[in-house]
Design a protein around this ligand. Structure first.
Ligand SMILES: Nc1ncnc2c1ncn2[C@@H]1O[C@H](COP(=O)(O)OP(=O)(O)OP(=O)(O)O)[C@@H](O)[C@H]1O
Ligand SMILES: [Mg+2]
Ligand SMILES: [Zn+2]
Length: 370
């Protein structure tokens, strides 16, 4: 089986990394100064670079070029060529131990870790323990981990990663340097998807890229995986293909619906929904997208300056179209409609008639007082 695209395109340097600017700056500076810490905790949304950064740290700590060439070390990046870097990239390093706490709640692993941690690294300077999904550890495993975190040997570095910070005991978190990994903006994910598509000779339209990036919902990995899946057919990927696979409609269609709504064109809006329904689009997702879209219109109508907050999420053209709609919007009416749509959304998720709550929300709000 071919290597999954998201693995193939795992950043090997901070330079290739998307977003997480503060984290990157701090860690890179630590690497430049040779002051990498002994326990890190990376937490935050899935597919945003936690494991990738953990491996970067492991490489930085043990990179042989960094050890022998101070000028190179001052760049704060791994060389990716020495046996140590290559060993980590190919998962064959004996001194980087990845533990998946989710698999069996880490009982044996932490026990082994306590044994293993006493022996010095096989070939490198440091032993790096990457504990993924660390919130899944059992109480006993947490206690064992805590003991090692309290008095780690000088050659040990811990990188804990989790999507669920709140499930970690404070005794653990307080012994680590903590870094939040945020969801990535759609525009950045779209850029990465385009670049990978180009490198892989995948023909994909800009609209399809935009849709895939939106469906990624902030996770770079999800974005790349969706691209992988869509492209596996080997055909050119157009908007329609992307819509079918992601179960979403392109922003253009959401915009057209919003336009009719803003014009108080009930007939037009209902016809639009009904044709999307006939084409097999998921109306629950459409409603969610519409709510987000109208919410932006309401914010812009209330304060045009919020535009700047949308730059990472929307392209210039999209913002221009939104702003134009917001100029015509009646704020109170839009808010009323939003309330109905949110209620409708809650109902349609459990209803066998997904379309009706959406239609009712529009009928209630567009027919009256036009
Ligand atoms: N910030 C990023 N910049 C570039 N690529 C990224 C970034 N975050 C994730 N990726 C891509 O997604 C893949 C998975 O990322 P990674 O394993 O680091 O995510 P994670 O935060 O550990 O996710 P999880 O919480 O699900 O374990 C990487 O191989 C890479 O292709
Ligand atoms: Mg991970
Ligand atoms: Zn190296």
């Amino acid at each position: 089986m071919a290597l999954a695209l998201y693995r193939k395109y795992r950043p090997k340097t901070f330079g290739e990394f998307l977003g997480q600017e503060t984290n990157v700056a701090i860690l890179k500076n630590a690497a430049k100064a040779g002051k990498i810490g002994h326990a890190y905790l990376f937490y935050g949304s899935r597919g945003t670079g936690k494991t990738t950064t953990a491996r970067l740290i492991a490489k930085l700590l043990n990179c042989e070029t960094r050890r022998t060439d101070p000028k190179f070390a001052a760049q704060g990046e791994p060389c990716n060529k020495c046996p140590s870097c290559v060993g980590i990239d190919t998962n064959s390093s004996l001194d980087v131990i990845e533990i998946d706490a989710a698999s069996n709640r880490g009982i044996d692993e932490i026990r082994n870790l306590k044994e293993n941690i006493r022996t010095s690294p096989a070939v490198s300077s440091y032993k790096v323990y990457i504990i993924d999904e660390v919130h899944m550890l059992t109480g006993a495993a947490f206690n064992a981990l805590l003991k090692t975190l309290e008095e780690p040997p000088a050659h040990a570095v811990f990188v804990l990663a989790t999507t669920e910070y709140d499930k970690l005991p404070a005794t653990i978190t307080s012994r680590t340097q903590r870094f939040l990994f945020k969801k990535l903006p759609k525009v950045k994910i779209a850029e990465r998807i385009s670049a990978i598509a180009k490198a892989e000779h995948i023909e994909i339209s800009d609209e399809a890229v935009e849709l895939v990036a939106a469906a990624a919902e902030g996770s770079v990995r999800d974005g790349i995986s969706i691209l992988d899946q869509i492209a596996s057919g080997g055909k050119k990927v157009d908007l329609r293909t992307a819509e079918e696979l992601t179960g979403r409609v392109g922003l253009q269609k959401v915009h057209e619906l919003a336009e009719r709504i803003m014009q108080n064109d009930l007939k037009g809006a209902l016809a639009h929904i009904s044709s999307l329904h006939e084409e097999g689009h998921n109306l629950v997702q459409l409603t969610k997208d519409l709510i987000h879209y109208l919410r932006k219109i309401a914010s812009l109508a209330a304060n045009p300056a919020v535009e700047s907050a949308f730059h990472l999420e929307l392209t210039k053209d999209e913002i221009a179209r939104l702003t134009a709609l917001a100029r015509t919007a009646d704020l109170q009416k839009t808010v009323r409609l939003l309330k109905s749509l949110i209620r409708g959304y809650g109902e349609m998720r459990y209803s066998p008639f997904a379309m009706i709550p959406l239609e009712i929300a529009l009928i209630e709000n567009l027919s009256e007082g036009g």
